[in-house]
Design a protein around this ligand. Structure first.
Ligand code: FAD
Length: 410
């Protein structure tokens, strides 16, 4: 019999109390898992996710036959509400669980779901996304990586860039061109690729925070078994859209609040304002209230999107609204944090009450306006699909990819 939402809520609460640190309880430098993604933190995160799975709290709405809990959105919501006060250490798996998993569940074969979903949920295997290339970011369909069928395997050549986590991942979802005679969106296929396979070279990049969470990835004659294709040959763009929609939601709607209590992390702003005697300052109070409202609205947008996914509906351009809104809020939050922290946010001492956290946050904030489609691209989508403005001209849309004068494989 299915566990009731209330019973599940109590089970989640008890597990969290026992297994997860309270938000803000860890030293600031240990909270930087997304910035640094260094191996110790990844190991700790994997161990945590394994326990979460064994506690019956991972893959809450994912099908039971592939290792999920098979529960409802209400169960998920109860978990989200209970976990808001805790630090979950699950950010390392946003790409796997928020993007790769849902894409395999939507477009993968039964064998792929049986083989990959459960180890992904337990974090026994960690996943990355290999879409962007040096010449293909916003217009990712102009990608040049090439996969050629040779007997019962594809041979992959090309280069990806900005691949978050490739240096600690086991598998990735890659999109590559499989027919340059077709127009650019139609000759692409999606594959599951073993990051440890011969011919895959991962080179970390250094970012403005000092961390190194993403990479260049080179493919030199990498052999991919033909049955590792996700969906049909040359129809990878459909699956890519699924993944990008999930990405917008994972990045955009992740930091929002819900119907119960303050949005995640909000308390730390209030605490910091109190510590600095700014909790009676009318301007700071106004900005705190504004942030609370906006984060709560973002939470509701996220809920609306998750409901649509769960009901098998395309959430449509609301994913772009969530992504754009989330990235603007990330910037607004870090600006408020800096204004409350004051000079300690730019020049801190060891006892500076997490001032350094805010400088990191400022340096990190632009990333969410780029990752998963830039703010300009989200505005284009909203302009076209919500406001009904004229579409951007796309002169190369119906041409064979090989005939496009720029960005062509030669
Ligand atoms: C933190 C982070 C993590 C990432 N992780 C991954 C990952 O794991 N896997 C992956 O595949 N990729 C990843 N990316 C890459 C990301 O998807 C791309 O950076 C993004 O899509 C933008 O592409 P680009 O960098 O090539 O910029 P470009 O597409 O070259 O854009 C440059 C500028 O031109 C603007 N622009 C481009 N086209 C238009 C247009 N039509 N209208 C208006 N303005 C336009 C853009 O908004 C931008 O300001 C990550 C990026 C970041 C920042």
């Amino acid at each position: 019999m299915t566990i009731s939402v209330q019973e599940f809520r109590e089970k989640a609460r008890a597990w969290l109390e026992e297994n997860a640190p309270k938000r803000g309880a860890r030293p600031a430098d240990e909270s930087r898992e997304l910035i640094e993604a260094d191996r110790d933190i990844v190991t700790e995160a994997k161990e945590f996710q394994g326990r979460l799975y064994d506690g019956g709290l991972a893959g809450i709405t994912w099908p039971q036959e592939y290792g999920g809990q098979g529960l409802t959105n209400e169960h998920q919501r109860a978990f989200n509400e209970e976990s808001a006060a805790f630090e979950l250490l699950t950010g390392t798996f946003t790409i796997g669980l928020g993007m790769c998993g849902p894409t395999i569940l939507a477009h993968g074969s039964d064998e792929q779901k049986q083989r990959y979903i459960k180890p992904m949920l337990r974090a026994d295997e960690v996943w990355c996304q290999l879409f962007s290339e040096p010449g293909a970011g916003s217009d990712v369909a102009s990608l040049q990586s090439r996969a050629v069928l040779d007997g019962d395997e594809y041979v992959l050549n090309g280069q990806k860039v900005w691949t978050t986590g490739a240096h600690y991942c086991d598998y990735g979802i890659v999109i590559a061109r499989t027919d340059p005679d077709l127009p650019k969106h139609r000759g692409i296929s999606m594959f599951i690729v073993d990051i440890k396979a011969p011919g895959v070279t991962v080179k970390p990049l250094r970012q403005i925070t000092g961390g190194s969470s993403f990479n260049e990835v080179f493919f030199d004659d990498v052999k991919i078994p033909a049955d590792h294709i996700v969906g049909a040959k040359n129809e990878g763009w459909r699956a890519a859209i699924t993944m990008l929609m999930n990405e917008r939601v994972a990045i955009g709607a992740g930091g929002g609040g819900g119907p119960r209590g303050a949005p995640p992390g909000f308390d730390s702003f209030v605490r910091m304002a109190r510590e600095r005697g700014l909790d009676a300052d009318p301007v700071i109070r106004n900005r705190l209230a504004d942030l609370y409202i906006k984060r709560t609205v973002l939470g509701y947008i996220g809920m609306q999107i998750r409901e649509a996914f769960k009901a098998g509906r395309d959430p449509g351009p609301i994913g772009s609204i969530a992504k754009l809104y989330g990235s603007l809020l990330a910037r607004e939050s870090s600006d408020l944090g800096v204004d409350i922290a004051g000079p300690q946010a730019v020049a801190w001492t060891d006892d500076a009450k997490k001032g350094d956290k805010w400088s990191m946050s400022v340096l990190q904030a632009p990333a969410s306006a780029i990752a998963g489609g830039t703010n300009e691209i989200q505005r284009n989508i909203i302009g076209e699909r919500v406001l009904g403005l004229p579409k951007e001209p796309q002169v190369d849309r119906d041409m064979a990819f090989k005939d496009i004068p720029a960005g062509t494989l030669r």
